[in-house]
Design a protein around this ligand. Sequence first.
Ligand code: THU
Length: 154
Amino acid sequence: MNDEISDEIAGTLIAAAREAARHAHAPYSNFAVGAALLMTDGSIVTGTNFENASYGLSLCAETVAAARANAEGRLRDIVAVGIIGGMMRGGVAHGTEPIRPCGRCRQVLNEAAQMGGRDLTVYCAGAEGETYETHRLSELLPHAFGPADLGIGG
Ligand code: THU
């Protein structure tokens, strides 16, 4: 993929993630996260964090997006992920420092990656989305344990 195409995909995913983050349910941390998954057919599946009054039950944006893709029968079809996040002020997330997926989300995304038989590109941005980092999931979660270890997927 050349840089221009990659930039365009990253921009589209980051914009979709920013839009999703507007719906974050994050009254406890006040930290809004949005995730957008690029699917093999070019469509986008989004998720946002969904906190719970019993704090430990909170769900991250990437996990919600992956579960949503799975619910649509499309777990194997994820190609790339865009993630944004930042502290909310006046109902809007702020910040320029890119956020990277937490450890649990890396493992959840790895489930989708191995089931689909492809590594995922992960674009990480701050809430304001103007700059981003590009990673491979295999670099964020090296030597991953996954469905392949149980003889499933790929
Ligand atoms: N969060 C995500 O949604 N994704 C991550 O990868 C890191 C953290 C959420 C969880 C919680 O609602 C808030 O950000 C602060 O940790």
